[in-house]
Design a binder for this molecule. Structure first.
Ligand code: 1ZZ
Length: 609
């Protein structure tokens, strides 16, 4: 019973005792605040479902008891759930049962999902857990067949079990809690092994960085997918950890009407909410003022932005646009992280106004050095803010909380870089996960990197580039996506942002810039999604505008511009562009092109949508 652990799971000075797990924390919350709503799922504009801390603990116990009858402790179970409370109950049920949880994507009914089958093939779970409805729908369909017909378990049936026969497992911090499949490539999914100790360490890092409180039941709003680290750890588990309440909605509900996000924050007086940069951008592009009548964003104390390059211009415009609804520009919390480090790696010491630095583009591109740009258009002697042709602005992503160590390392020499020198971001700390499951070679290279100065400690190599300046991290981009033109390094997202600024018909975050080898000559190709409302005349105007602005701002020659249908750019489940797949589709002529231009060729367009 949970009472035998009461001593262990007590909060002292804001910290849980050593060896505490999420199981202890939820059991303890179900005693100290049984009635408090743990999660509210917004089904639509008028309906929502809630679950209290007490009910969540009991549901997890019942599911755990059922699981313990069906699978061996230590085995793994894949979770296939639509957005909602059932996923949370089952995820926690796995932890209560001492079973390794594997959050997987939710496939469209009756449609095979490449990602789901790749995960099942890689993880070989003992069972797949889903709601009764989903089991009936896909349990004996072609989808199941494609998955190798695993054992299907229904969470509704397990939950109908009496909880009395749940056997609490003696879980150690070093035991694995779940496998986080990275959003990398579909064909080659990698399961990050996250231990109970990793989770608690990262949840405490987030609590300290975000300055969240254990004591007042703070409210969050989250539309991020639960099978992505930012949705699961940031949206769901952090909330349990601090005993708060999180209001959830499906990612689709947000994407279809972004005002729902802001309205939920307002309706529920949420303190913390956020997402990738594109989400803030989407609000400004899609929300009409009449959708925001009565919305008050003054409760929003921590507006985090992470998971993709953070644009200062987006943040500034967001603060300006929503200031009149009570949004505070001191609420921003830019942060950096990755699944391999559980979630958060760096962030500020509490929210605040965004801090940026604007560096000379040529120094950065040629020598990888972040040197303050000379003042150009401002007369006050300050370096210019905002990126221009000769300068690039980066957002300060904060520093390492607690005892985590974040270094920027020269990937060739494996020696730490000086301040302001771009190198690879390396991380060491209790939040760094236990490696990818069954990938000894990758693990040696990625999770056990050593510095060349003889230090024995193992670091995680993130594959991301950045620089440090007075202890703050500035992320510049991913190492293997760099575009090198005439000895200058360009980050694809900088070129893409310029492309997207050209017309409201261009989808933010829906672009991809890369080089293609044309007989020894590198050609710069720009692929960009256009919205459904755009027409042939628009495309004809957009292309010269893209060529002009990209050349003017980045001093590069554009060889090809390809406009594609909205929603067809290959992305990861968390919405990141899959560069290698875009290139492959390009080479194999598989892009959903609506209009294209290339050097020396006349313009082509296909039938409209
Ligand atoms: P993933 C209470 N990247 O995206 C709420 N940050 O993981 C807590 N690139 O493994 C919320 N600039 O999918 C805390 N700032 O991808 C949220 O994404 C903390 O290339 C942020 O390698 C967590 C993001 C988690 C995430 C990781 C990759 C990284 C990097 C890119 C993440 C970035 C960023 C630029 C940033």
């Amino acid at each position: 019973s949970s009472s035998s652990n009461a001593g262990q799971s007590q909060l002292t000075d804001g910290r849980w005792g050593d060896g505490t797990t999420l199981v202890d924390i939820l059991s303890s919350r179900s005693e100290t605040c049984p009635e408090r709503i743990a999660f509210r799922f917004l089904e639509d504009e008028s309906d929502s479902t809630t679950i209290s801390y007490f009910a969540l603990d009991r549901a997890a116990r019942r599911i755990a008891a059922g699981l313990q009858q069906q699978v061996e402790p230590g085995s793994s179970v894949a979770l296939v759930f639509p957005p909602g409370l059932d996923f949370i109950k089952s995820f926690l049920g796995c932890l209560y049962a001492g079973v390794l949880a594997i959050p997987a994507t939710y496939p469209k009914p009756k449609r095979p999902s490449a990602r789901l089958s790749a995960i099942v093939e890689d993880a070989r779970p003992s069972a797949v857990l889903a709601t009764r409805r989903v089991v009936d729908l896909i349990g004996d369909s072609a989808v199941s067949n494609q998955l190798g017909d695993p054992t299907w378990l229904s969470s509704d049936d397990l939950e109908a079990n009496p909880h009395s026969n749940w056997k609490k497992q003696n879980v150690q911090p070093s035991d694995l809690a779940f496998l986080q499949y990275t959003s990398g490539s579909t064909k080659d999914p990698r399961g990050v092994m996250v231990s109970h100790g990793n989770i608690l360490q990262n949840l405490e890092m987030i609590r300290q960085g975000f300055q969240l409180s254990h004591h007042v039941g703070q409210v969050g709003v989250c539309w991020l997918p639960a099978y992505h680290d930012m949705g699961l750890i940031g949206g769901i588990l952090e909330s349990l950890y601090i005993g708060g309440t999180t209001v959830l909605m499906s990612p689709l509900a947000f994407l279809q009407r972004p005002s729902r996000w802001l309205r939920a924050i307002s309706d529920h007086r949420a303190v913390v909410s956020g997402g990738p940069n594109f989400a803030f951008e989407l609000c400004m592009r899609k929300i009409k003022p009449e959708e925001l009548e009565g919305v008050d964003l003054s409760s929003w104390e921590v507006a985090f932005s992470g998971a993709e390059p953070i644009r200062a211009t987006t943040m500034r415009r967001f603060a300006q646009t929503y200031g009149r609804y009570g949004f505070s520009k001191s609420a921003f919390y830019p942060c950096y992280g990755l699944a391999e480090a559980t979630l958060l790696v760096t962030g500020g010491n509490g929210p605040g106004e965004i801090a940026t630095c604007t560096v000379d583009a040529v120094e950065l591109q040629k020598n990888g050095r972040a040197v303050d740009a000379k003042p150009t258009h401002s007369s006050d002697g300050q370096p210019p803010s905002e990126s221009t042709a000769s300068s690039i602005e980066f957002v300060d992503c904060g520093r390492a909380p607690m005892d985590e160590e974040v270094l920027v390392v020269d990937p060739e020499t494996c020696l730490p870089c000086h301040d302001n020198q771009v190198g690879e971001i390396w991380v060491r700390g209790g939040n760094v996960a236990q490696g990818y499951r069954n990938r000894p070679v990758d693990n040696e290279a990625i999770f056990s990197a050593r510095l060349a100065d003889g230090r024995p400690d193992a670091f995680l190599r993130t594959g991301d580039l950045g620089f440090l300046r007075k202890g703050s991290l500035f992320v510049t981009g991913r190492r293997n996506e760099l575009i090198i033109i005439r000895g200058r390094n360009h980050y694809p997202h900088d070129l893409e942002a310029t492309v997207q600024s050209g017309s409201p018909h261009l989808i933010p975050g829906g672009g991809s810039a890369f080089l293609i080898d044309r007989g020894g000559d590198d050609h710069l190709v720009l692929v960009q999604e256009v919205d459904r409302g755009s027409k042939q005349e628009d495309w004809q105007q957009i292309i010269p505008e893209i060529r002009r602005s990209v050349t003017a701002e980045h001093d590069v020659f554009v060889h090809e511009v390809i406009l594609i249908r909205m929603g067809t750019l290959p992305r990861t489940t968390s919405g990141k562009v899959r560069y290698s797949e875009v290139k492959q589709q390009y080479t194999q002529g598989e892009l959903a092109i609506v209009h294209q231009w290339s050097v020396g060729q006349s313009v082509n367009s296909s039938a409209a949508f």
